[in-house]
Design a protein around this ligand. Structure first.
Ligand SMILES: [Fe+2]
Length: 416
């Protein structure tokens, strides 16, 4: 569809319409729609510099600058727009609109200020989206290289003897209500017992950062954050050196709060290249001799029940991973259950099903801190420890590493 582009064409449309010619007639003569003609008319009005055009009752009227000056003079003398309009045969509203456009045009014609010239403006670019996507990918590749993302871990212990694995969690080292001497005793036992290993399953230090919780939580800590980091780092180092540590796991107090408040996870830094670190739920294929056990571990699992303290692990078994052992911390009260599930699968030769053990870890934060006892109850010390056999699919669960150690000692004496 054609358009009116030239000044001459606009002038012609304006003049013909002012002379009373209909839109239809003008449009037909140019071979365009009425809409295009009307738009051209609007442009014609805007371009005029010798007056203002207004339409009233379908009649286009040209208000020249001379007339408009006269109207302004009459207003100054006290006449109303309606009275002036009556003498021209138009409404006061039409005159008001014409005067507004007239004044706008006059303002535009006033001398303008110098245009600013920003001589050293470093103008940002519109960067191509392809370049931005490639840049994001490069950054992701780099992050993968420096950030632990372990979701599944295979651990092989080359042995023909049963081993014990302690599921420690919620040590809360440095807390004002943590039993630090009990932690010391347990860690020494783990270090001194042959064939016994440790896994760390979150909240390994107290980690009350100013601003995260009540100010009093910071005030009551028995160790500063710096001392808590140092203590944990020392545990990591010694257990790694003694080849006792199988993995380290995120917790709320040590990993999550630091991610939330400072954007950096200090547990990742503490365990960096020392021991595999899980920043979320993880599966572990624990190979003891020739036997493989599947473990599903997380600091916290959803689905607490006041009637069944292992409900969360049972739910994870049903909905997530039908592993041999399901473990989580966070709840501060140890609980262990075992039962048989999908035993047919194992009978059929699959390495799946049979005895499953649900493990809820305990804590060393035994209180009486108000933050536990106002709404819950005091935490219970407990590091559930499981024995895994090589050569046959066989596990035993103990409340604590001391009893597991007695079992291992009994086994080694029997063999000797
Ligand atoms: Fe905890």
């Amino acid at each position: 569809m054609g358009r009116y582009r030239t000044k001459t064409e606009l002038e012609e449309i304006g003049t013909r319409h002012l002379n009373g010619e209909s839109w239809k007639s003008i449009s037909e003569s140019f071979g365009v729609t009425r809409d295009v003609t009307r738009k051209s008319w609007e442009r014609y009005q805007l371009r005029r510099d010798d007056g203002v055009v207004r339409t009233e009752g379908g009649r286009a009227i040209m208000w020249t600058d001379e007339k408009l000056h006269d109207i302004e003079r009459r207003r100054d003398d006290g006449e109303t727009l309606k009275e002036i309009g009556d003498t021209y045969g138009v409404s006061g509203a039409t005159l008001s609109s014409a005067l507004q456009s007239f004044n706008q045009r006059k303002r535009k014609q006033q001398p303008s200020s110098p245009t600013p010239d920003f001589e050293d403006w470093d103008i940002p670019e519109d960067v191509d989206w392809r370049e931005l996507l490639d840049s994001a990918t490069a950054k992701q590749d780099l992050w993968k290289r420096i950030d632990p993302r372990q979701e599944h871990l295979t651990i092989h212990l080359d042995t023909d003897q049963p081993i014990a694995l302690a599921f420690s969690a919620d040590l809360h080292i440095g807390g004002g209500f943590t039993n630090h001497q009990a932690i010391k005793k347990t860690l020494e036992l783990l270090l001194d017992t042959p064939n016994m290993y440790m896994s760390a399953n979150g909240d390994m230090f107290e980690g009350f950062i100013p601003g995260e919780k009540s100010a009093e939580t910071v005030e009551q800590q028995a160790s500063s954050l710096r001392e808590q980091f140092a203590a944990n780092r020392s545990v990591v180092k010694e257990f790694v050196e003694r080849e006792k540590l199988l993995w380290w796991m995120w917790g709320d107090h040590d990993a999550k709060w630091f991610e939330k408040l400072i954007g950096v996870n200090v547990v990742k830094m503490m365990t960096d290249r020392e021991v595999p670190y899980f920043n979320q739920a993880a599966t572990v294929n624990l190979k003891v001799g020739g036997e493989s056990y599947l473990l599903y571990v997380n600091h916290s699992l959803p689905g607490r029940s006041m009637y069944n303290k292992n409900h969360a692990q049972g739910r994870a078994f049903r909905e997530q991973v039908p592993a041999d052992v399901i473990v989580s911390g966070h709840a501060h009260k140890p609980a262990i259950q075992w039962e048989y599930r999908y035993e047919k699968m194992r009978e059929l030769g699959y390495n799946l099903g049979g005895k499953v053990t649900y493990v809820q870890c305990g804590t060393f934060k035994t209180g009486p801190d108000p933050y536990s006892t106002r709404f819950w109850s005091r935490g219970i010390i407990g590091v559930p420890t499981l024995v895994f056999w090589p050569g046959e699919h066989r596990t035993h669960a103990f409340d604590n590493p001391e009893d597991a150690a007695i079992y291992l000692r009994g086994y080694s004496q029997k063999v000797a």
